[in-house]
Design a protein around this ligand. Structure first.
Ligand code: FES
Length: 199
């Protein structure tokens, strides 16, 4: 078994380790000048400081910026019907006021109502995800000529306020020659779904 080493015995060995020569002030200065000569990273300035740093100039920029615009798309846009191809639909508002409109084949009741500033909300933009475009068809015969509502429409109709046997969602009803002369009533209230309705 080897004899235990006394702490002091290792000290001479430690002293043998050659010391690193410390940098002189001149070496530090050389290193610093090299660093300051290297290109610096571009740090974006806040706009307020950037504007202040720009020289004031009254001449227009050499490359003027161009702006382009896109026509706004709004719901409720419909083209007027071609002469001789008009179909007629009448809306009856909550006060019983009738508005008869000439429309084209294929237009849906939501677009027609909105294009004529009638009170039909269309909260989901016609994607069959609300019931705010609920209308009541006044004529049973014309109601029967409409294509059957699909499952999505039926689901939304179940949530409509004041549902009747001839209720439809306006955004899902497209005008056809068979529906010429259609009359629809806007319900007294619509129900816009809240998050809480699904809890
Ligand atoms: S606009 Fe939402 S279902 Fe018709």
């Amino acid at each position: 078994m080897s004899a235990p080493r006394v702490f002091g015995q290792s000290l001479p060995r430690l002293r043998l380790v050659p010391r690193q020569p410390s940098r002189s002030i001149a070496q530090h200065a050389r290193c610093y000048s090299k660093l300051s000569a290297t290109p610096r990273l571009a740090v974006p300035l806040p706009y307020s400081r950037l504007a202040a740093a720009q020289p004031a100039s009254s001449s227009p920029p050499s490359h003027p910026r161009h702006f382009s615009t896109t026509p706004a798309v709004s719901h409720g846009h419909i083209d007027p019907p071609r002469p001789g191809e008009e179909l007629y639909v009448t809306f009856i508002d909550k006060e019983g006021l009738e508005t008869k409109v000439a429309v084209s084949k294929g237009d849906n009741l939501l677009d027609i109502a909105q294009a004529n500033d009638l009170e039909m909300e269309g909260a989901c933009g016609g994607s069959c995800a609300c019931s705010t475009c609920h209308v009541i068809v006044t004529d049973q015969d014309l109601y029967d000529k409409m294509p059957e509502p699909d499952d999505d429409e039926n689901d939304m109709l179940d949530l409509a306020f004041g549902l009747t046997e001839t209720s439809r969602l306006g955004c899902q009803v497209h005008m056809t020659p068979e529906l010429n002369g259609l009359k629809v009533k806007l319900p007294a209230m619509t129900r816009n779904l809240q998050e809480s309705d699904f809890k």
